[in-house]
Design a protein around this ligand. Structure first.
Ligand code: MN
Length: 565
């Protein structure tokens, strides 16, 4: 993609932005030069990766800064360009975006199920600006589209991370189309057998359905003409392979039971027309009970809006219809990215034309937008949790050297981290490294830090830790370890051979009680030289010796030994 193609794409969205065009132009030239000698695994010029990333950002209607940062996103990491140089040439904001992308790239999903949600939250926390996530998503999309060129061993790992981390992130941002494509690109590598099965079993139905729909469309057009409705677009979409597979698993792989294998999508101008179209469809064809959904009145938590219905259509075949306005459609497909665009275009004709009821906000500031979403979706626990990370900063997300994400309250220290990993790691902790640098144990951790705990066998926690630790869990563990350190009682058994006499047992007992040690049990045999066995908890070896000496002094005691039991 040439620089003029890219800037033309940008100008479509931002007609009056000469400064933006200039910025994109200079970022383009800089990146092209910086990556001149590098090649992709496919043998293509590496620079293609940057123009493809930038093109995607322009298609998502993001601003010039984001597009420029997309072009430059690998220059610091891969070309050794200094952050200072980027800042000097392109300004601190672009540097901030690029460094954010680099930080995100260092977070790796290594297959630990339990930390998945934390990892997604961490990405939002580390990003601070959603545009960083958009750049990362555009970067990942191009990498997935060219995944076939990577060594086979690497493909599965990248695919897993894409399906488990990036696709759900895209869903959370309302970018359904991207999420679907990412899942489909990962699908053949994650489920090779299922992929083969789907290819074999879907082909026929797929073509049949397409042929079928070409018969449905004219019926629709005729009905719309009669009711004076001009649909902006009528198109059909095939269900994505990965999502169809998920659905088939729930339906015993019975394709006939999946009604939205192909759906007809009707895009109209106004919200009222959506409901009108729904009425027309239900007059034409009988609807399937329980399959009418009004996501316009009740949008999905991610902002998705549309009317859905399944009807017994031509040939009595169940067919799903989705009805929505153009701005709802834009939002559903590109989510936040499109929303961002409408925000920046506020006041222009395009904005007035496209703005949807759900996308109305007063400020362009991304943080206030996030706050508004939080008010908008109070029921979606997950979504709210993720947003809190950005806005209230009450949690931090740090990494173990193995890449596992540990979720802690803000202000936590390496000691809190150590106890969260394992109480033994906490108890034997003697030092810590954060991002490979030695830090003090009261160091305040930041989201994204990689933390390594240095331990030493038989070490005990220090009481001074209590003054800076943040988590109650660590406090509890430190306290109990300190108590154990002061006194670790050991069960000790004394065998006392003695000449039997009146009051002997009493004298023996007195030795223990005077030393404030309680006796667990006393046994004695009935001989002339009975053996008295005393079991007691003696805190230390010194104390046990001390007791032994005292017992020896008792009249009649002939021989004595003790053992830990
Ligand atoms: Mn990249």
């Amino acid at each position: 993609m040439s620089v003029s193609e890219l800037t033309t794409l940008h100008t479509l969205n931002f007609p009056a932005d000469p400064a933006g065009v200039e910025l994109i132009g200079s970022a383009y030239a800089f990146a092209e030069k910086a990556h001149a000698d590098q090649k992709r695994a496919s043998g293509e010029k590496y620079f293609i990766h940057l123009t493809e990333t930038a093109r995607q950002l322009a298609l998502w209607k993001l601003d010039a800064q984001t597009i420029a940062a997309g072009l430059l996103h690998d220059t610091i990491e891969d070309c050794g360009v200094s952050p200072d140089e980027i800042s000097k040439l392109f300004g601190p904001e672009i540097l901030f975006l690029i460094e954010g992308v680099t930080k995100l790239s260092k977070l790796r999903y290594r297959g630990q199920e339990r930390s998945l949600e934390s990892l997604r939250k961490m990405m939002l926390a580390v990003s601070k600006d959603l545009r960083i996530i958009f750049i990362k998503l555009a970067d990942r999309l191009h990498n997935m589209r060219t995944l076939g060129h990577l060594p086979a061993a690497k493909r599965k790992g990248v695919s897993l991370e894409t399906a488990e981390v990036y696709a759900p992130l895209a869903v959370r941002l309302g970018m359904q189309s991207l999420a679907g494509e990412l899942e489909d690109l990962a699908f053949p590598y994650l489920h090779p057998d299922a992929y083969k099965w789907m290819q074999k079993n879907l082909k026929e139905t797929y073509t049949e359905r397409n042929a079928y729909l070409t018969r449905v469309i004219p019926v629709l057009e005729k009905a719309f003409a009669e009711h004076h409705i001009s649909a902006i677009r009528i198109d059909h979409r095939a269900k994505r392979m990965a999502s169809l597979y998920k659905k088939l698993l729930r339906y015993d792989m019975d394709i006939d039971r999946v009604y939205d294998l192909v759906a007809v999508r009707i895009i109209v101008d106004k919200v009222e027309e959506c409901y009108l179209v729904l009425g027309i469809l239900h007059q034409l064809w009988k609807p399937l009970p329980g399959r009418i959904k009004d996501y316009i009145a009740l949008p999905k938590p991610n902002g998705y809006q549309s009317l859905h219905t399944t009807v017994f259509c031509v040939d009595n075949r169940p067919t799903e219809f989705q009805i929505r306005t153009l701005s709802m459609h834009e939002y559903n497909e590109n989510g936040t990215a499109a929303h961002w665009f409408y925000q920046s275009q506020k006041g222009t004709k395009a904005y007035r034309h496209n703005i949807s009821a759900s996308a109305k906000t007063q400020e362009t500031n991304i943080i206030s937008q996030l706050k508004e979403w939080q008010n908008q979706f109070p029921g979606s626990q997950e979504f709210v949790e993720a947003l809190k990370v950005d806005i209230f900063s009450d949690r931090i997300f740090v990494l173990t050297p193995k890449g596992e994400v540990i979720d802690l309250p803000a202000g936590s220290t390496p000691v809190d981290f150590a106890y969260r990993v394992h109480s033994e790691v906490g108890n034997t902790c003697v030092g810590a490294k954060v991002n490979n640098k030695i830090v003090t144990l009261d160091y305040v951790l930041q989201s994204g830090d990689m933390v390594e705990i240095l331990t030493q066998k038989n070490k005990k926690p220090s009481e001074t830790w209590m003054q800076f630790i943040k988590t109650r869990y660590a406090a509890k563990k430190i306290k109990s370890a300190l108590v154990k350190k002061m006194a670790i009682p050991k069960k000790t058994e004394y065998r006392i051979t003695c000449l039997d006499r009146v009051g002997l047992i009493k004298d023996i007992s007195l030795v223990f009680s005077r030393n404030k040690i309680s006796i667990k049990s006393v046994q004695s045999s009935d001989d002339r030289f009975p053996v008295v066995k005393v079991v007691a908890d003696i805190p230390t070896k010194e104390k046990a010796e001390d007791i032994l000496i005292k017992l020896r002094k008792i009249e009649g005691v002939k021989e004595i030994s003790y053992a830990l039991t």
